[in-house]
Design a protein around this ligand. Structure first.
Ligand SMILES: Nc1nc2c(c(=O)[nH]1)N[C@H]1C(S)=C(S)[C@@H](COP(=O)(O)OP(=O)(O)OC[C@H]3O[C@@H](n4cnc5c(=O)[nH]c(N)nc54)[C@H](O)[C@@H]3O)O[C@H]1N2
Ligand SMILES: Nc1nc2c(c(=O)[nH]1)N[C@H]1C(S)=C(S)[C@@H](COP(=O)(O)OP(=O)(O)OC[C@H]3O[C@@H](n4cnc5c(=O)[nH]c(N)nc54)[C@H](O)[C@@H]3O)O[C@H]1N2
Ligand code: SF4
Ligand SMILES: [Mo]
Length: 716
């Protein structure tokens, strides 16, 4: 009998981005032979993007770390060395150093930075917070404040919970107005919608319309009926003008989808009307770059559609008026009768229901950053303040740092300054499986297992999905001997650092020691579905729990159970917007924006050969008219300078970028010395965040303002 090779088929959800695509992975004799879309996943219907196959590359990457590494500083100016040490020694070292720093300099002397993959890993979500609580430092930072903080901010003040984020009901809408999002490349964000391109095309196939507002004619704009360039950072003005038009022309009056059902549950409509008075389309058109007649037409079409939704994302969030944008988007959806209504902006009811459980509603301004006074939100400070908190001496100075699944040197504004800060820390420990631009500054790296070696349930992105679904994925491979999962690393550190020795605390730690699956099962059982982990395991393609359903006012978490359409802090911020409008009347310089690419995932997926093939992607996009004026040739090189730095990049001329605007993708800059990422270092690119400015934040909520950094551009 011939020894036949054994092929097994494994189904799991991809955890790389927010789309939660179902995967079918074939394994032969312990090796992956194919990764493709799972046709039987009712949500993703077989869709995957090129990054799915890279899960295999992550798994096999020779650069991926598996054992703790301790840095031995080079002698007499020589290079640092890294030495493998045992796990127990590593945990003890980390705990004792962190404890020593806190004993000597106070609790806030230990800072924390949590990166994006934490939200794609439920072990981190469950085991990170107890460690943070044990350390009790106010210096907590995360990628939230270079991303979606303004969404949480608006939701917290309007609906009472930072996770009550309205999701566009893509599959039923008749009109989609997109501000600063590029789902055709990002695969959807705060809008989990696998196979999003097909869903966008379907809107038009059923007679609906898509309008995209973006300083670049993006891949998404190409799928739309209309695209308008917008001057970066002026979306709040546009939204005000849209609201102004709706009120002035009484577009949400009789005959249109008026907010009848919710009107009796909301306060502040008059304040919204008053706030929009000063922003007629004719007044803002010059600053925004969109003709008044076009603004009025969008408002009219939006209100005439059977169901419409305005959706904004990164471009409208990471800018100086991100909080105002998100408030106004919600207000616009409400005023036009499209909040909490099929085809409009709706809320999920997920199997693990973080909102119903009343956890983490949000908080604002309970403390401020020491140096610049930026406000806390949801227990964290804006990461734009991290470098100065490390570099500025005095009481409360950050002297030790823990990073988990983050690469802030490449992903937060003014990465150069942060590098300088990290180099001076007394102690830094990084939980990460790469020696990269950030972790090279650590004294100790604790590498976790990779995705295919642990189970997965998307606790966060089911909350933000356009349908209610649930999907549990068991591990595909056993973890390699002598490796640790993220949750185990976090738990071991917590056990060593948690001062609470009460019986209750010890019992809780014992339960947690059994792993996240048990906690997930408890969370599922306490939800409104009858799902358990076992039941989900029997449904390897995932479970469809149906379309989103209207749920207000019942789901509101505001103290009075009502929608606050005009939160005081946001209304007050309108004064700043008015001043900005006046300043823009005086003209402005060249400005910089970012972009994403299908083959990239923020900063950390440039080490896989198959995602790096083809021509150089880290290029500066510039409009031919600007290039001609500046004497810059296609394919040549340009230098871009901002207040904080200067980079040189190859130029790509294109009329898909608005005149006066240039674009670089973010997540590059792998030329830093001392990293262990062979493929990435071979095509390093430059870092957009060597140009973005940590002083440019949304003054209200402290979120980084990436869009519209003033720059000068010259031929090299
Ligand atoms: N200029 C500009 N800057 C931006 C953006 C932009 O649009 N423009 N986008 C921002 C956004 S939206 C985000 S979310 C941030 C992202 O910012 P970060 O989260 O700081 O950066 P990432 O590139 O996602 O880095 C993730 C790190 O986690 C590691 N990692 C991956 N998986 C795991 C895991 O399972 N466990 C552990 N422990 N580590 C893991 C990787 O090796 C990598 O070091 O960047 C932001 N920065
Ligand atoms: N392939 C890939 N997918 C990803 C990621 C990735 O790195 N690569 N990252 C993931 C993460 S962490 C996130 S948060 C999401 C982000 O998901 P998206 O927000 O959909 O992605 P972005 O490409 O950042 O889209 C922002 C758009 O805003 C535009 N823009 C810039 N400034 C302005 C402005 O002032 N106003 C307006 N109206 N538009 C502006 C940009 O040109 C860009 O097209 O993507 C996720 N998915
Ligand atoms: S779209 Fe996102 S979830 Fe889907 S395969 Fe690509 S990276 Fe994975
Ligand atoms: Mo993000």
């Amino acid at each position: 009998m011939a020894a036949s090779s054994q092929t097994t088929v494994h189904y799991r959800a991809c955890n790389l981005c927010e789309a939660i695509c179902g995967l079918e992975i074939r394994v032969e004799d312990g090796d992956i032979t194919s990764i493709r879309g799972d046709d039987d996943d009712p949500f993703s219907r077989g869709h995957v993007c090129p990054k799915a196959v890279a899960l295999q590359d992550v798994h096999h990457d020779p650069d991926r770390l598996k054992r703790p590494l301790r840095r031995i500083p080079g002698e007499n100016g020589g290079d640092d060395r890294w030495e493998e040490i045992g796990w127990n020694e590593a945990f003890d070292l980390a705990a004792s150093r962190l404890r020593a720093v806190q004993d000597e300099h106070g609790r806030d002397a230990v800072g924390f930075y949590l990166g994006n993959p934490n939200v794609h890993n439920y072990g981190n979500l469950l085991y990170g917070p107890p460690l943070l609580r044990a350390l009790k430092s106010k210096n907590r930072f995360s990628a939230t404040s270079v991303d979606q903080l303004p969404h949480h901010f608006a939701a917290y003040f309007m609906f009472g919970h930072q996770l009550l984020l309205p999701v566009p009901d893509l599959d039923r809408t008749g009109y989609l107005l997109i501000l600063g999002a590029n789902p055709a490349v990002s695969n959807g964000s705060l809008m989990t919608a696998p196979d999003v391109k097909k869903r966008l095309k379907a809107i038009r196939e059923r007679g609906g319309r898509i309008v995209v507002i973006d300083p670049r004619r993006t891949e998404t704009a190409k799928l739309a009926d209309r695209h308008f360039f917008i001057r970066p950072g002026t979306d709040a003005l546009l939204l005000m003008a849209l609201l102004h038009t709706v009120f002035e022309e009484d577009l949400a009056g009789s005959g249109s989808p008026a907010p009848d059902r919710l009107a009796q549950h909301a306060d502040g409509l008059d304040e919204v009307r008053r706030a929009a008075e000063a922003f007629a389309p004719e007044r803002v058109a010059g600053a925004v770059g969109i003709a008044a007649a076009d603004v009025r037409e969008i408002a009219r079409e939006f209100c005439a559609a059977p169901a419409a939704v305005c959706y904004g994302r990164m471009g409208a969030s990471t800018q100086e008026f991100g909080a105002l944008c998100n408030w106004l988007i919600n207000a616009f959806n409400f005023v036009t009768g499209n909040l909490d209504r099929p085809g409009g902006a709706m809320f999920t009811k997920p199997a693990v229901d973080l909102v119903a459980r009343g956890h983490g509603c949000g908080s604002f301004g309970r403390w401020k950053s020491r140096v610049r006074g930026l406000p806390e939100f949801g227990g964290e400070l804006p990461v734009s303040a991290l470098a100065e908190e490390i570099l500025t001496p005095g009481e409360g100075q950050v002297r030790a740092l823990v990073t988990s699944a983050g690469n802030p040197v490449l992903s937060t504004p003014n990465g150069r300054r942060l590098e300088e800060a990290l180099a001076g820390l007394d102690f830094m420990v990084s939980i990460d499986f790469y020696l990269n631009e950030t972790t090279r500054h650590a004294h100790l790296i604790l590498p976790p297992t990779a995705a295919l070696e642990h189970d997965h349930y998307d606790v966060v992105f089911h909350v933000l999905a356009i349908r209610n679904t649930a999907r549990y994925s068991p591990p595909l491979f056993d973890p390699e001997e002598g490796t640790r999962h993220d949750w185990q690393i976090l738990h071991e550190l917590r056990k060593r650092l948690d001062p609470d020795k009460s019986l209750r605390a010890r019992a809780e730690r014992w339960v947690m020691g059994r792993g996240p699956r048990l906690l997930l099962d408890l969370a599922l059982r306490s939800g409104s579905t009858s799902l358990t982990v076992k039941k989900l395991e029997k449904a390897p393609h995932g479970v469809d729990l149906g379309a989103l359903e209207p749920c207000l006012p019942g789901r509101l978490k505001t103290p009075d159970g009502r929608i606050d359409l005009a939160p005081e802090l946001l209304v007050e911020d309108v004064g700043r917007l008015r001043k900005h409008l006046e300043a823009l009347d005086g003209g402005s310089s060249m400005v910089l924006i970012g972009r994403r690419q299908v083959q990239s995932n923020n900063s950390w997926m440039h080490n896989y050969e198959r995602l790096m093939r083809g021509k150089d992607r880290c290029t500066l996009l510039i409009h031919p008219d600007d290039a001609a004026r500046l004497g810059i040739a296609d394919g040549g090189k340009a230098a871009v300078s901002s207040r904080v730095g200067r980079v040189e990049a190859p130029v790509e001329l294109t009329d898909a970028i608005m005149p006066g605007v240039v674009s670089l993708p973010h997540g590059w800059g792998h030329h830093r010395p001392g990293i262990r990422l062979a493929t990435a270092a071979g095509r390093p690119g430059v870092s957009l965040n060597d140009l973005t400015d940590e002083q440019r934040v949304d003054a209200l909520c402290g979120n980084a303002a990436f869009s519209g950094v003033p720059v000068t551009v010259e031929a090299v």
